[in-house]
Design a binder for this molecule. Structure first.
Ligand SMILES: [Zn+2]
Length: 419
């Protein structure tokens, strides 16, 4: 088990405070800091920091000794690579509207684009690898997002409340067919509109949103989001498409799983994101980047419903955020919340856990400290994790325990989903 040095991704939508504060750097940071990556992604891998100060890319370390670090079975199953990527995501501004393909769609798309001779790093390339990208996000702060299609009848109510004459025909299209087919028809209509029509429709919607945002009621938050997006992306079909999605607010500790085909956009807030190791994103707007409408329509899931927000369930001192993904499992631990095997909702003032808490064994794992500090023991080695620090544990590092922690300490554990 070794400390990890992790790269910060400076995308323009990032916060200037969240990641800098987490890492103990000066605030605000000179540039936006959108994501902290913890993993072995070839584009920006974490580095193991050895006791003597030497460092090594986690990807190189895994390639040099896959059986010891991944485990003999997992080295084969995961093709010698880390199957997940852990991120701290800090959004100051909305991210693009997007969805991710299923494994079958990714394999097909990757093969076809290779056959068509499109370079893997081309800006109009959809599939940069043959892998799917399910993801789970757990909120660190209040986290705002658009996730999955809202029940179509509710969306008809929102569109009627917006009362935009230019959208009346579209509203009735959905009202006549309030299910996945109607959602597909309306979404397809909007995303394929000529730019000249979008340049009229989005400002018209903006006027409706200004009025509705000023009226306390069922749709005030949705109207404010539509207003904000229309100001940022004046002629973008994604502003219209966003009207059809669930507007979600996650409280700290609440998590959401995003399966293949789920249309989503993160709006603001900080969270821990764990995903399969893939870059496959199909965008649907709210971005200056490449949008492949035909391919997006092929992979989108138009089934509507409320997003399954879940606070996880307790297991041996940890809180598990289970998902169907085999590539990853996210666990959370908070000091003072688990005493003598009893689940306590309040925080305990004890500076030390009464009993060492086992870190689950099996395969490659990353522990990240997001609040407080903790001491972890593995064999003779004791390592202190302060806020913002992370440890990598290989399959050989079994029997690791949390030996002590400040009150209010919070740790996240990323592993694969096989254990
Ligand atoms: Zn996504």
């Amino acid at each position: 088990m070794e400390l990890l040095d992790n790269p910060v991704r400076p995308y323009a939508w990032g916060s200037r405070t969240v990641i800098a504060e987490l890492l103990g750097q000066s605030v605000p940071s000179p540039h936006p800091q959108a994501e902290l990556w913890l993993g072995a992604h070839p584009a920006d891998p974490s580095h193991l920091v050895y006791d003597d100060g030497a460092t090594k890319s986690l990807g190189d370390a895994l390639a040099a000794d896959p059986e010891r670090l991944l485990g003999p079975d997992r080295a084969c199953r995961w093709d010698g690579r880390l199957p997940f990527l852990l991120k701290v995501l800090a959004a100051e501004e909305p991210l693009s509207l997007q969805a991710h393909p299923s494994l079958e769609q990714a394999i097909t798309g990757f093969t076809q684009e290779n056959a068509a001779g499109i370079p893997v790093d081309a800006s109009d390339r959809n599939y940069r690898d043959p892998n799917h990208k399910p993801e789970v996000i757990c909120a660190l702060t209040e986290f705002h997002a658009l996730i999955g299609f809202r029940d179509a009848e509710a969306s008809v109510r929102l569109l009627r409340a917006l009362d935009v004459p230019e959208l009346a025909a579209h509203t009735e299209l959905l009202a006549a067919q309030p299910g996945p087919d109607g959602l597909r028809a309306l979404f397809t209509t909007w995303i394929t509109l000529p730019q000249s029509m979008l340049d009229e429709l989005v400002p018209a919607l903006q006027q409706g949103a200004i009025r509705l945002a000023g009226e306390p009621g069922e749709w005030q938050r949705e109207a404010r989001t539509a207003l904000e997006l229309s100001e940022r992306y004046p002629g973008d079909a994604g502003v219209l498409a966003a009207l059809l999605l669930n507007r979600v607010v996650l409280q700290p500790g609440e998590a959401l799983y995003l399966p293949a085909g789920n249309l989503h956009a993160y709006l603001s807030g900080a969270g821990i994101e764990l995903m399969a190791n893939s870059d496959n994103v199909l965008r649907g707007g709210l971005t200056p980047k490449h949008v492949d409408v035909a391919e997006l329509l092929r992979i989108l899931d138009f089934r509507a419903g409320p997003p399954p927000v879940c606070s996880g369930h307790p297991e041996a001192g940890w809180i598990r955020h289970d998902t169907p993904a085999a590539e990853f499992l996210l666990r959370r631990w908070e000091s003072g919340r688990w005493e003598s095997g009893r689940w306590e909702s309040g925080h305990c003032e004890s500076a030390e856990p009464l009993v060492p808490v086992a870190v689950p064994d099996g395969g490659p794992r990353i522990v990240l400290c997001t609040a407080g500090s903790a001491c972890l023991r593995g064999g003779d080695k004791v390592m202190k994790l302060r806020r913002g620090a992370a440890l990598f544990m290989g399959d050989v590092d079994s029997g690791v325990v949390i030996e002590s922690a400040e009150p209010g300490t919070q740790l996240f554990l990323a592993s694969d989903g096989l254990g």
